[in-house]
Design a protein around this ligand. Structure first.
Ligand SMILES: [Zn+2]
Length: 640
């Protein structure tokens, strides 16, 4: 998606320092995020979402895992039940993702009842583990003897990756070892089966690679990092007569030579996460070079305004540049979530705010649309237009999206702050309290804000002693004007912007307050003219939020006959009673009428895209025509 074309660097008032945008500035790479359990979120936007995730979505996911046989499969594999295996070859992974989500919520809020339930599941998983460490219920139960015979599509390593991630999370949440020991045995089995001088195959659906990097960090055992790198390096090589998996699984050329995104979107995102992790750990410059080029291919040419990626249902993935149809957009929730995971890593590696901009776009739009406000219904695909037939459902036969959301959301806190030495960065804005360990000492940071509805952000700093450090406050890419900065009530006349951050170095004392005012007004956004679907159309944004029109807010439930002329005035107001409290954009537009073939004035109300389909079902549109000629089927339409 282009046309948003937000400046990576905003020109400062008097003094401007600009660091290189694409390559990490020397000595600046490798920020550390502040872990989510060190960050307490207390705002009006995310707090209710996180609570709903913990109380409703997690429960829905656990109940479905019982109902759909994900848990029972382990009892069967352990020889405790005699039944057929339920579900598809990747069924185990969804249970692991739910367990990871449960572990994260337990780290935030301990619950003996939840813990007891999870312990029982983990005991079953451990019991289903084969003597050599292998764990995969489909092959163990359904096709014994055929394990590791279909690496391209068997999802054994994909499931292993999710097992490892969940096990690390549970160990960190509860201190219990059983799950982690199970994961380590499986990881060791994989390391002894695949590698130099052993089997040469990379994973068919990437995931094991990033999980092995996590396992290296959790155990300090370097062999897991080396194994992750081996799996990445094995892609696109077809050594020892191995048949390549092709574009679909990003196995067409070696990863370090890849310059454009291809194939299945979620596979691609998990691969890029792993490449970023390995690059951050080893300083692998070729990986960073590849990722930078791929990132531009996606963000400049293949991403929806919502952050949605992968327009095609055929390969659940990418097609050709600028192919971004709206009604048929596949834009899987998991792909947006993968893009968020990858861009957070890119930000930490480079300090470049443009990656945080994409992270922000995903979490407020293309990813968050995946779950209903009540937390119990889900989108798999996230189109940018609907005739009224697309709705969230309570579950899927492939429930990858709900089980991904349930593990992503509880860790929102880790995307708010980052640090390195005596430098502290804000990443996403959100009312919160965090303790950040800088080189010279700890700093407590209290953030008050009504983001994403208002651009005023107040940061109260409490260093453990008066300390000199540099605060880098992110200026989001959507912000077209210079933000106002005040320290202890005094407006700053000199503002230094470095890699999209207001940068202030000084001695900070307890009680110092930084106020950042990001001008937030409704914005008309245009797509690159090469995107055929959006020629002559405009979308509305305010701050990081992408808007849409829904039938329920308009006469006769119709929005696809609405024209928003370029001159239309737009107004924003917060409605505390709508959709849990959202800012809506209102304005005067035109409705195309059939007879006498003209238009009539009407008022419009746009709501955040992520909240659509939470009320009466109906039409939805993101990209509005600016002239009546573009209204589809206008001859047949009538406003009565
Ligand atoms: Zn999914």
């Amino acid at each position: 998606m282009r046309g948003i074309n937000l400046p990576a660097i905003i020109v400062g008032l008097l003094t401007v320092f600009v660091a290189g945008a694409d390559e990490p500035a020397k000595g600046q790479s490798g920020l550390l995020g502040v872990p989510f359990h060190e960050v307490e979120i207390h705002d009006a936007f995310w707090s209710p979402r996180l609570k709903t995730n913990r109380l409703v979505t997690l429960e829905a996911c656990l109940t479905q895992s019982e109902k759909q046989g994900n848990i029972r499969n382990f009892a069967i594999a352990a020889g405790r039940e005699k039944r057929k295996h339920s579900g598809l070859v990747y069924h185990d992974s969804d249970l692991y993702k739910v367990l990871q989500g449960a572990a994260y919520t337990l780290r935030e809020v301990r619950s003996p009842a939840v813990e007891e339930r999870i312990d029982k599941i983990i005991e079953l998983i451990a019991a289903a583990q084969q003597p050599d460490g292998y764990v995969h219920t489909y092959y163990t139960v359904h096709e014994p003897g055929k394990r590791w015979t279909n690496i391209a599509h068997g999802h054994e390593m994909y499931c292993a990756g999710h097992l490892i991630e969940a096990a690390i999370a549970y160990r960190q949440a509860t201190g219990k070892r059983l799950f982690l020991d199970t994961a380590i045995r499986f990881a060791d089995h994989i390391c002894s089966t695949f590698g130099p001088g052993k089997r040469p195959d990379p994973c068919g659906h990437q995931e094991i690679e990033l999980a092995l990097v996590k396992l290296w960090r959790a155990t300090d055992n370097r062999k897991y990092l080396d194994q992750a790198r081996f799996f990445l390096e094995a892609r696109g090589k077809g050594t020892d007569g191995r048949k390549l998996y092709g574009d679909y699984a990003q196995d067409h050329i070696p990863v370090r030579s890849q310059r454009e995104v291809v194939g299945h979107a979620v596979r691609a995102m998990y691969q890029y996460c792993a490449m970023a992790d390995v690059a951050a750990a080893t300083g692998e410059k070729d990986y960073l070079h590849a990722l930078t080029s791929i990132w531009h291919d996606i963000v400049d040419r293949k991403m929806y305004i919502t952050g949605g990626i992968g327009p095609s249902a055929k390969n659940e993935g990418f097609t050709v540049p600028y192919d971004l149809p709206n009604d048929t957009a596949y834009a899987e929730t998991c792909a947006a979530l993968g893009m968020a995971l990858w861009n957070h890593r890119m930000f930490l590696m480079t300090c470049d705010g443009k990656y945080a901009d994409v992270l922000e776009r995903e979490v407020y739009n293309g990813m968050l649309s995946g779950v209903s406000l009540a937390g119990d219904r889900f989108f798999y695909t996230n189109p940018l237009g609907s005739t009224g037939k697309h709705h969230r459902v309570s579950w899927f036969s492939c429930p990858c999206c709900p089980t991904n959301l349930v593990r992503y959301l509880p860790a929102m806190g880790e995307r708010l702050y980052a640090h390195r030495g005596d430098d502290l960065w804000t990443v996403l804005y959100c009312g919160s309290t965090a303790i950040v360990p800088l080189h010279s000492g700890k700093v407590k940071i209290d953030q008050e804000s009504k983001y994403p509805w208002e651009g005023l952000i107040e940061l109260k700093l409490t260093p453990e002693k008066p300390m000199t450090f540099t605060l880098h406050c992110r200026v989001p890419g959507w912000c077209h004007e210079l933000p106002e900065v005040a320290i202890n009530g005094e407006k700053q006349r000199e503002v230094i912007i470095d890699q999209s951050h207001v940068t202030v170095k000084r001695e900070w004392k307890s009680g110092d307050v930084v106020r950042l005012t990001l001008p937030m007004t409704p914005q008309r956004v245009y797509a690159d003219p090469k995107v055929k679907a959006n020629v002559g159309r405009v979308a509305l944004m305010r701050g990081p939020i992408v808007y849409c029109l829904e039938g329920v807010d308009h006469p006769d439930g119709r929005v696809r006959n609405i024209v928003l002329p370029p001159s239309a005035k737009l107004h924003a107001e917060f409605d505390p009673n709508l959709l849990g409290g959202v800012t809506v954009i209102t304005g005067e537009a035109l409705a195309v009428v059939d007879d006498p073939g003209g238009t009539k004035p009407m008022s419009i109300k746009a709501v955040p895209y992520s909240t659509w389909d939470n009320r009466a079902p109906g039409e939805m549109v993101v990209w509005l025509p600016e002239s009546k000629e573009l209204v589809e089927g206008r001859k047949k339409t009538s406003t009565k």
